[in-house]
Design a protein around this ligand. Structure first.
Ligand SMILES: C=C(O[C@@H]1C=C(C(=O)O)C=C[C@H]1O)C(=O)O
Length: 379
């Protein structure tokens, strides 16, 4: 058998397939015009199901199983084409004009959850040269301050390399319609802090933020006494409550900076279970903003609750040659077993493919939200 002869035959057949595919697409354009005139939606599920049945029937037994995926994909392309002709897809998903600024303002008003010394505070200092910081008690309060315009930016932790996503923050982005302007990744070392003179063998209770407690699970399990873990709003508050406590059997899991700030001793450095521990913080704003050279965009999407729905979205992103940096599913608040997806793509409104990605995936989603395009920096 001669490979080049087989390939030449395949090339010939492909040319015919392309010709037929284009003819099919031209007719789909006529169908789109008809749909516009009659107010009918592009998708006709019954027609597609009947089409797949009929096409499968036409195929010989050996190849029947390949027909449904082939025709699903072809009809998806036909719908994407119809949507692009009708221009009814992505309007409003991404604001038409997004402000562009060279860098974050040096002296912005910024809301930071927690107290001085918290990791969010460190992230804030890395992002802004001379910020006017308002400390607030909760993630929700950060969102409130940004939403109400009391501050221009808010700092929130988004995910940790060991403990995963900070669920509440994703929920807030979605509910409050905030946009990410920048992300920063910090290496996080957790230290075990106690009052001067207190030894590790004295400790029966440790205070920290729940994420930090999770990141130090193995360490806590091997401490001399059986230790109770108590969650606090943040690691800096844990340090301050240990410093202010009369008890000499408590410790905090917090930063070296907080040991200095609250007059505590470092009993052990870097006690987190994974030596390389990073947390990604985001800087959010009320309006989308392109700061410097943005590298990635975050999207939130809800797909129809049916087989292959997410696959179809991802296949569109892949087909446009766009790299996906993150995919995470979250339950939709208030629904049972229905999920929304956070997708980060390496593509921004400055790239040619961006509008096409949005236009092509929008019709495949029940809901699509744009969470901003931004650069990721590390400290
Ligand atoms: C072309 C049409 O639009 C869509 C695409 C189809 C196709 O490509 O075969 C079938 C049904 C519709 O979802 C149509 O309605 O016929």
């Amino acid at each position: 058998m001669d490979l080049s002869i087989s390939r030449a035959r395949i090339d010939e057949i492909d040319a015919q397939i392309i010709e037929l595919f284009e003819r099919r697409m031209h007719i789909a354009a006529d169908v789109a015009a008809y749909k516009r005139a009659t107010g009918k939606p592009v998708l006709d599920k019954a027609r597609e199901a009947a089409k797949i049945d009929k096409a499968t029937e036409l195929a010989s037994d050996e190849f029947k199983k390949f027909i449904p995926p082939l025709f699903s994909m072809m009809m998806e392309m036909s719908r994407a084409y119809q949507h692009s002709l009708l221009d009814d897809g992505s309007e409003g998903v991404v604001p038409a004009a997004i402000d562009e600024v060279a860098e974050l303002p040096a002296a912005a008003h910024v809301a930071v959850q927690g107290v001085e010394g918290a990791y969010q505070h460190i992230a804030c200092r890395e992002l802004f040269v001379d910020p006017d910081i308002v400390f607030v008690p909760t993630f929700d309060a950060v969102a409130d301050a940004v939403e109400e315009g009391r501050v221009e930016y808010g700092i929130l932790p988004l995910e940790n390399s060991t403990a995963g996503t900070v669920d509440r923050v994703y929920d807030l982005l979605y509910k409050r319609g905030l946009y990410i302007a920048r992300a920063i990744t910090l290496r996080i070392n957790h230290d075990l802090l106690a009052k001067p003179g207190v030894e590790e063998s004295d400790i029966v209770e440790v205070f920290s933020h729940e994420q930090a407690l999770r990141q130090c699970t193995d360490f806590i399990a091997q401490m001399p006494n059986e230790v109770t873990s108590t969650a606090c709003r943040n690691t800096a508050m844990a340090a301050s409550s240990v410093a202010n406590s009369e008890r000499r059997d408590v410790a905090a899991i917090s930063s070296t900076a907080c040991a200095e700030l609250y007059g505590l001793n470092v009993l052990q450095h870097a006690i987190q279970d994974e030596a390389d521990n990073f947390t990604r913080f985001i800087c959010v704003a009320k309006k989308p903003q392109l700061v410097g050279v943005p590298e990635r965009s975050s999207l939130l999407l809800i797909t129809p609750h049916e087989a292959g729905a997410l696959f179809r979205v991802l296949s569109r992103i892949a087909a446009l040659g766009v790299n996906m940096l993150k995919l995470e599913s979250r339950p939709i608040p208030g629904s049972e077993f229905e999920f929304m997806f956070y997708v980060d793509i390496e593509c921004t409104p400055n790239d040619a493919a961006f509008d096409e990605v949005i236009a092509q995936i929008e019709p495949l989603c029940d809901s699509l939200a744009y969470l901003g395009s931004y650069a990721e920096v590390s400290a």
